[in-house]
Structure formats: structure tokens, C-alpha cells
Design a protein around this ligand. Structure first.
Ligand SMILES: Nc1ncnc2c1ncn2[C@@H]1O[C@H](COP(=O)(O)OP(=O)(O)OP(=O)(O)O)[C@@H](O)[C@H]1O
Length: 873
């Protein structure tokens, strides 16, 4: 310390006051900082968050789309950013870049972008931020509603939401039907973000008392055009009516259609239209390679099998137009063992199974998924290499969605479309118009593996499979028949017998609606169709036909209008499989007399001039039962039918107003329709057929009319009863009945005779047996010398009656008896020959003797006899 002092110049010593002041200043600054910090720390969390939020919100206005490349460039909450990072989402896609900013600013957005371009995050990020901004808690109830067209898509969206929003405290729920409504109802009230399908949502709105959406902040419609295509237009209207007007709405789709724009007009307020790929050269991802092949209908299955055999290590989705095709081809392909695992996804599966299949296909590296259009929209299966459109899509938009299951988010993919010669021109044209670059490629015939024979043998062994094949057949024809675009889909050009053969069927099933159409060509309806206006009383239609048409149509429309209920029913049935429809279809599938000629020469329905008209005729005369085939596809077709009629709701309402009494007409026609249905389907009530173990027919009730069975070939299908032929038939039938009756009587008599003979034989046997027993008994008594045989005793009554007999006589008699017994013993071996039984003889002898009256009591008589016997021995 002294050393230090020695160095210092006393004149240069710092001023202690100044030093103190400096120290004091520093100290107070530090103290202030500490105070501030302490103050800050004392702030409740919500206050800090609120300040952060207000800072974020101030930045919303400053968002410059051109400067954004990452999610972190948006003013987003730390929780959302963390969730995005953890899920490996850092860079934004074009649709995300363009829409997130607008949505954060609170604007309604209509967003369209190619498939696989990241639309899900484009709405999920604003959803999380909206509730975060409002510091939403479970007590605030439902804040956001996300509506998806299919359960799978809703489930997928829900999964992404869980992943990205896991750092937030909001509760999220998935309501998609197929589960217990009560169970959902108990939980629905605490949900902040609800992902749902439209039908189920409306059902909760109608039936769940505690469910309300009064606090709703945001509505998201994902794949909006699909929601409408599925016939949910009215459900959507009903849902939207139930929602508060003051809300933000986001609507997303990969394709822009008129219906989407209509919905946007209805549900969005001054929306911002974001169509990121509007000016793009193609409407499909650049990384997607697209081709098509043209082949005959009967070759398609072999083409598919050959495709699968040559892509064993790939992951593919194959699209079919109906559930029943998926059901049958899935089964038969599993049996064909192509060497790659096959899965099936369609609307008739149980909900659990649908989810299992979905998850399984997500996990698999190589597999083939057979699916209907429920898998066409929005589903994000990772690393799908191929999309094969086995059946021509309904239109170019459906094509785009199906093909979009591959080549997602910068990945490569290939799409192959199989077209029939009749579909090629129209479809390719449509695709080119929609900026879809497709090119034709040819099948290498050497690589084509024919599986028809194998399928035939499977079907020959398996009745269930055969029935599935029949349903598949009908279902496909119906799907083509119901397609709106008749330039592409012409049912009259389908080679039905060849197609049946290719499915492994020997006989083509009858397709009732085609036959009906052939019988009732109604050109006028074509005219009305082209005019897109229904004329209630078309001059050439009978009143009945017009009424049938109207009722059918009004029923269809009321189904559409009921919306939610119907949709939910549909969803429920989708989940559980619909046995009714299944049964009806089974009835429908009937084999026709026409054997499929294995010969060449493609016979088509168009061979007849009548059938040419099929394509021109809409579906009004078709049985409803026949229409309600594959549920999702029925939904799908509903809209097509709607378009086929070319009516909108206004026209329908006008039509209803004109109806004097809709319900009465409906009831009347329904009864007629029912009766007709029963007649045409030739229902047999209480039919019973019994077979023996060997498979011979034993009994059939009611009995088959043989005369009819023999003569059916010449019968025509004209309705009504021809009395003369009926009379002849009955007379013929009488002959059969008489013959049958005679045979039965003869058989009865014969049986009676046999029974009598048997009874006589039995009686003889019994007699012989009785004799044997008697002989044996007598033998036994003699054998035993010392034994007493009471039967050898004289009848005391008889003795009592013969008063004059002396003791000698008695002795003689006893001696006689003894003698007789001895004789019998000797003759024992000759019993059979000696005629009447010995007992009779003995009796006869005894009967000749006069009864002996001793004048004693019975007891004394007995004593006497015993005494005599003793003395004898
Ligand atoms: N910013 C991103 N960074 C990385 N991957 C992303 C990003 N956004 C989306 N993806 C991925 O891209 C894929 C497609 O996204 P998404 O399903 O949202 O597409 P989409 O546009 O909704 O498609 P579709 O029209 O078929 O429904 C998904 O696998 C998703 O994880």
C-alpha cells in the first residue's frame, strides 16, 4: 500500500467528491435497472404475453410478402414457431407465403394452389395465431371450426394441428362420425379447435344441447369444392346459418370451380383471392409425370395385374369408381398374389378399419392401395410413387386431385390414366383444357399377363367371390351410366359380356336399370335434359311417368335438402357397412340366360338401336334401391344426378310448389313402385327348399309349377295375366298334381302292407319265444328232482267237484300227471313238431277229470295232498 502511495503525486490525487458522485451515478443506474427488472419480473405472464401480442400485431401491417422466405419471417408467436420448427417446417411454400400474412391481418381468404403445395399449414398457422392473439382458453369454448369433406382428410388435418400446435394450450377435437354421438357430445363443449366433417357437425348442432358456436372466431373450409360435390351444399348452408356473422373465413381448394365461388360468395366477406398457380403453365405439379394408355375394358384387369407385377418395390394408389369394385378386386388380387402387399380403402369399411388402412399405407414403403375417391382429396400419404387411375375420373378436376396424391411437396411422382377407346377423346380434351400435360403411352403386349383363367377358377370355387364379382360388374356399369359427361361416358359402348368374362364371370349379370331403359326409351327426357328444364307434363310421357319422375326427383332433392341428417346417416352407414343395400344389390344381380360367348366379336349394348338410347336417358325410372349403391359414390353421384337433371334448388322449389300434395303423391307412387319392384324381382315369400345330404331336392314350398317351368322359354315379358294361357297352365298343372297324388297313395298302401307283414312276423316270434320260455320252465321243474312244482298240483276246485272219486283215482290221476310229465320230458326235443303246446294238452287232460270233493276245507285239502305226495315219494 506505502509503495503505491510513494508513486502517486499528491498534486494529481482524484477529487474524492467527484469520485463519489461518479460512483453514486453508476450505482443509482444499476439500482434503477434492477428495479426495472424486478418490476418486469413481477408482471403477470398474461401481461407480458399481451405486450408481446400487441408488438406482433403491430408488425402484421408491415408484412411484405416478397421478403418472406421462412416462417420466422412472419410475426408469429414463439409457440407456433417452435411447433413448426420441431415438425421440420422452416421454409414457406408459395401458398403459405401469400395467404398467412392476409389471414393474420384478419381478412377472409379464398386460397387455391396445386395439390401437395402446403395448403394445410396455410390455414393452420393463422388458426393457432388467431386464438393465441385472443389468449383463448378452454372456458371460451369453440373458437375455430375446420370442415373437411372426408373423415380421412379431417383426421390428417387434426394430426398436423396436433403436431404444429403442441406448444399451445388449446384443446382440439376431431368429430367425424362413426363413433358414439353421446361420447362426442360430452366432450364437444370444451373444444377450442374442432376438426370435423359437415354431416356430423350439423348433427351435433341439431342434437347436442350444450354445443354452440356463439364465440366462433374462424371458419375454415378445406377442399371446399369437394364438400359441395359430395352433396353437402345444403348442410353447409345450414351450418353457416348457425355460425356468428362476425367471424373470419378461410376457404381452400386445389381446384377452382363455380361451386367454390358460389360458396365463397355465400360465406366469405370481401375475400382476398389467392390463386398462386393461376398463371402457371400447368395445373399439376411440375414434378409429376403423367401418361395415359388406351385399352379395352376387358383388358383392364390384366393391365393392372401386369403393372403391379412390374412395380413390386413401389408405393402406388389405384383409383376405382365404386366401392364394390374395390371390394371385389382387392379380394381377387390378394388371391392372385402379385408379390406386393395390397390394401383397400373405401367408404363401406368400418371407421376403425379405414383408419387402420390409412395408417398402414402411410407406414409402408412398398404397397398398392385400392381406393375409391374418398382417398382422392387432400390425403397426404408420404412417398407415393404411382397413381393409377383404373377407371376414368368424373372430370379433369377429379383427375387432378387423384394424380395429386403423388409428387407432393417437391417430390417426384408418376400418374397413369387408363382410358377406354370411347373415353379417350373427351377426357384428353378436358385434361388439356385444364392445363394437365398427359401423353399417351402404349402397353407392351409381351408384358401383359392374362389373369382371366385364374379368376374364373377362383370364382368357380368360391360363391361369395362370385357374388362380389357380380356386384362389381353392376356397380361399374352403374357408375358409368350415372356420369354426367355423356361425351366421355357412354354406357352403350361398353362390351358387357367381355367385361364380365374379364372379371372371371361365366355369365354376365343382368343390369336392371339398363334393361328398364331399353324397354322404356324416353327420348323426350333427353330433350328436357338438354334444355336443362323439367317440363312437368311432357306431352309424350304418361301421367304416371311424370309423377314417378317428380316423386323421384323431389325425394332426391329432399335428401339433399335434409343435408345433415341424411349425410350423417350416410356417414354412419359408411362406417358400418350397409347391409340393406348389399341385399338389394344381391337381388339385383341375376344371371341372364345369355351365356357369354367366349367367341371373338365384341358384342356391345349398342348392337341394338334401342340400347343406343340408353345414354340419352336420365335416371328417373331407376329404382331408388338400385341407386343407393356405394355410399360415398352415391354421394358422389348425387350431384351428378342433380346435374343430369340440370335443376337447381329454385327450380326444385318451384316444382314443389306446383305439386298439390307432395306427400300423398309420393305415398301413392311409392306403393306402386314397391309392388312393381316385388313383381319384377319375382320375390318368393316364405320359400322353403329342402335337400337331402346327397343334395337331392326333397321338398320345395311353394311347389314349382312344372308346366310353367317347362315352358318359360317361350314366354314374353308382357305385363298382366293372360286368362287362356293361365287356364291351360292350370289344367297342365292338374295332370302333374294327379299323377303325384296317385304315386303318393300307392306309396302309402305299400307302406301299410309292409307294416302289417312286419307286425305278423313279430307276433309269431313272440309266440315262439313264449313257448320256449314255458318249455324251459317245465324242464327246470323236472330237472330238479327234489323240487316242488305247484303247477303239477291238481286244481282243487276240480277235485271238489268230483264227489265220487276215491283215493285210488286220486292216486291214478297223480300217477297220470307224473306220467304225462315224463312223457313231456321225453318229447321235449320234438316240441316244434308235436303241434299244439304241451300245456294245452295237459289242460285238456285235466279238463276230462271230474273235480274231487273231499268235503274238507281248502287248508285241509292242501294238507292232504302234501301228505299224499310225501307218502308217494
Ligand atoms: N413449408 C413446408 N415445408 C416442408 N414441407 C411442407 C411445407 N408445407 C407443407 N409441407 C408438406 O407438403 C406436403 C403437402 O402438404 P399439404 O397436404 O398441406 O398439401 P395440400 O396443398 O393441402 O395438398 P392437397 O391439395 O392435395 O390437399 C405435406 O407432406 C406437408 O408436410
Amino acid at each position: 500500500m506505502g509503495k503505491t502511495a510513494g508513486f502517486l503525486d499528491p498534486g494529481a490525487r482524484p477529487d474524492p467528491v467527484r469520485s463519489f458522485n461518479r460512483w453514486k451515478k453508476k450505482h443509482s443506474h444499476k439500482q434503477n435497472q434492477k428495479k426495472q427488472l424486478r418490476k418486469q419480473l413481477k408482471k403477470p405472464e398474461w401481461q407480458v404475453e399481451r405486450e408481446v401480442i400487441s408488438r406482433l400485431m403491430q408488425n402484421y401491417e408491415k408484412i411484405n410478402v416478397n421478403e418472406i422466405t421462412r416462417f420466422s419471417d412472419f410475426p408469429l408467436s414463439k409457440k407456433t414457431l417452435k411447433g413448426l420448427q420441431e415438425a421440420q417446417y422452416r421454409l414457406v411454400t408459395e401458398i403459405q407465403k401469400q395467404t398467412i400474412g392476409l389471414a393474420l391481418q384478419g381478412k377472409d381468404v379464398l386460397g387455391a394452389a396445386k395439390t401437395g403445395s402446403g395448403k394445410t399449414l396455410a390455414f393452420l398457422v393463422p388458426v393457432l395465431e388467431a386464438l393465441y392473439r385472443l389468449q383463448w382458453t378452454s372456458a371460451d369454448g369453440l373458437g375455430v371450426l375446420i370442415i373437411s369433406p372426408t373423415r380421412e382428410l379431417a383426421y390428417q388435418t387434426f394430426e398436423v394441428l396436433r403436431k404444429v400446435g403442441k406448444n399451445h394450450d388449446f384443446s382440439a377435437g376431431l368429430i367425424i362420425g362413426g363413433k358414439d354421438l353421446k361420447h362426442e357430445a360430452e366432450r364437444i363443449n370444451n373444444i377450442n379447435i374442432l376438426v370435423c366433417t359437415p354431416g356430423r357437425l350439423l348433427q351435433h348442432m341439431d342434437e347436442t344441447i350444450c354445443f354452440h358456436a356463439t364465440n366462433l372466431q374462424m371458419l375454415v373450409l378445406d377442399e371446399a369444392d369437394r364438400i359441395l360435390d359430395m352433396g353437402f351444399a345444403d348442410t353447409m348452408n345450414a351450418v353457416i346459418e348457425n355460425l356468428p356473422k362476425k367471424r373470419q373465413t378461410l376457404l381452400f381448394s386445389a381446384t377452382q370451380t363455380k361451386s367454390v365461388k358460389d360458396l365463397a360468395r355465400l360465406s366469405l366477406k370481401n375475400p382476398e383471392y389467392v390463386w398462386v398457380h393461376e398463371k402457371a403453365k400447368y395445373s399439376t405439379p411440375a414434378t409429376l409425370e403423367q401418361n395415359y394408355i388406351v385399352c379395352e375394358l376387358h383388358q383392364k384387369i390384366s393391365v393392372l395385374y401386369s403393372f403391379m407385377r412390374s412395380h413390386l418395390k413401389k408405393k402406388s394408389i389405384v383409383f376405382f369408381s365404386s366401392c364394390k369394385q374395390v371390394q371385389y378386386l382387392y379380394r381377387v388380387f390378394c388371391r392372385l398374389r402379385p408379390g406386393v402387399s395390397i390394401l383397400a380403402l373405401h367408404g363401406r369399411q368400418q371407421q376403425m378399419r379405414r383408419m387402420e388402412v390409412y395408417n398402414e399405407f402411410v407406414r409402408k414403403r412398398a404397397a398398392v392401395l385400392f381406393a375409391t375417391d374418398i382417398a382422392a382429396r387432400g390425403l397426404d400419404f408420404p412417398a407415393v410413387n404411382w397413381v393409377l387411375q383404373f377407371d376414368c375420373p368424373e372430370d379433369a378436376n377429379t383427375y387432378i386431385h387423384r394424380a395429386g396424391r403423388t409428387a407432393r411437396y417437391k417430390e417426384d411422382g408418376e400418374a397413369l390414366l387408363i382410358l377406354l377407346p370411347s373415353e379417350e377423346k373427351g377426357m384428353v380434351q378436358q385434361l388439356l383444357q385444364k392445363k394437365v400435360p398427359v401423353e399417351e403411352i402404349k402397353i407392351n403386349p409381351e408384358k401383359l399377363i392374362d389373369v382371366q383363367k385364374k379368376m374364373e377358377s377362383f370364382l368357380a370355387q368360391d360363391q361369395d367371390l362370385k357374388e362380389r364379382a357380380q356386384r362389381c360388374f353392376v356397380s361399374y356399369i352403374r357408375s358409368v351410366y350415372l356420369m354426367k359427361d355423356k361425351e366421355v361416358f357412354d354406357v352403350s359402348k361398353l362390351p358387357l359380356p367381355e367385361y364380365a368374362l374379364s372379371l372371371g364371370l361365366a355369365v354376365a349379370p343382368r343390369v336392371r336399370f339398363l334393361q328398364k331403359m331399353q324397354k322404356q326409351p324416353t327420348k323426350e327426357l333427353l330433350t328436357s335434359q338438354t334444355k336443362k328444364v323439367i317440363e312437368p307434363r311432357a306431352p309424350s310421357l304418361t301421367n304416371d311417368e311424370v309423377e314417378a319422375f317428380r316423386t323421384y326427383f323431389s325425394e332426391k332433392m329432399s335428401i339433399l335438402q335434409k343435408g345433415g341428417k341424411r349425410s350423417e346417416e350416410t356417414e354412419y352407414r359408411l362406417a358400418n357397412g350397409s347391409s340393406d343395400e348389399e341385399e338389394e344389390e344381391e337381388e339385383e344381380v341375376e344371371e341372364i340366360e345369355e351365356k357369354v360367348g367366349k367367341s371373338k366379336g365384341s358384342r356391345t349394348v349398342s348392337d341394338t338401336s334401342e340400347t343406343q338410347k340408353i345414354k340419352e336417358v336420365p335416371v328417373q325410372f331407376m329404382d331408388r334401391a338400385e341407386e343407393d349403391d356405394d355410399e360415398p359414390d352415391a354421394d358422389f353421384f348425387k350431384v351428378k344426378r342433380h346435374n343430369v337433371f340440370g335443376l337447381d334448388l329454385k327450380e326444385k322449389k318451384a316444382l314443389q310448389n306446383k305439386e298439390p300434395s307432395k306427400s300423398s303423391v309420393k305415398k301413392k307412387v311409392t306403393k306402386i313402385a314397391e309392388a312393381k319392384k316385388v313383381m319384377k324381382r319375382n320375390f318368393k315369400v316364405n320359400k322353403k327348399i329342402t335337400f337331402t345330404d346327397e343334395g337331392e331336392l326333397v321338398q320345395q314350398w311353394p311347389p314349382v309349377q312344372k308346366s310353367i317351368a317347362e315352358n318359360t322359354e317361350g314366354e314374353d315379358d308382357a305385363g298382366g295375366i293372360n286368362l287362356d294361357t293361365a287356364k291351360e297352365r292350370l289344367q297342365e298343372e292338374d295332370k302333374f298334381d294327379k299323377e303325384e297324388y296317385r304315386k303318393k297313395i300307392k306309396a302309402k298302401h305299400r307302406e301299410k302292407r309292409l307294416k302289417e307283414r312286419e307286425a305278423r312276423r313279430e307276433a309269431n316270434k313272440r309266440q315262439v319265444k313264449a313257448r320256449d320260455e314255458e318249455e324251459a320252465f317245465l324242464d327246470w321243474s323236472d330237472d330238479d328232482d327234489g323240487g316242488f312244482d305247484p303247477s303239477t298240483l291238481p286244481d282243487p276246485d276240480k277235485y271238489r267237484r268230483s264227489e265220487d272219486s276215491d283215493s285210488e283215482d286220486t292216486e291214478n290221476k297223480i300217477g297220470d300227471t307224473k306220467k304225462q310229465q315224463g312223457m313231456r320230458k321225453r318229447n321235449n326235443s320234438k316240441i316244434e313238431d308235436t303241434g299244439p303246446p304241451s300245456r294245452n294238452r295237459k289242460k285238456a287232460k285235466w279238463e276230462t277229470l271230474e273235480p274231487l270233493d273231499t268235503g274238507l276245507s281248502l287248508a285241509e285239502d292242501e294238507e292232504l295232498v302234501l301228505h299224499l305226495l310225501k307218502s308217494q315219494s
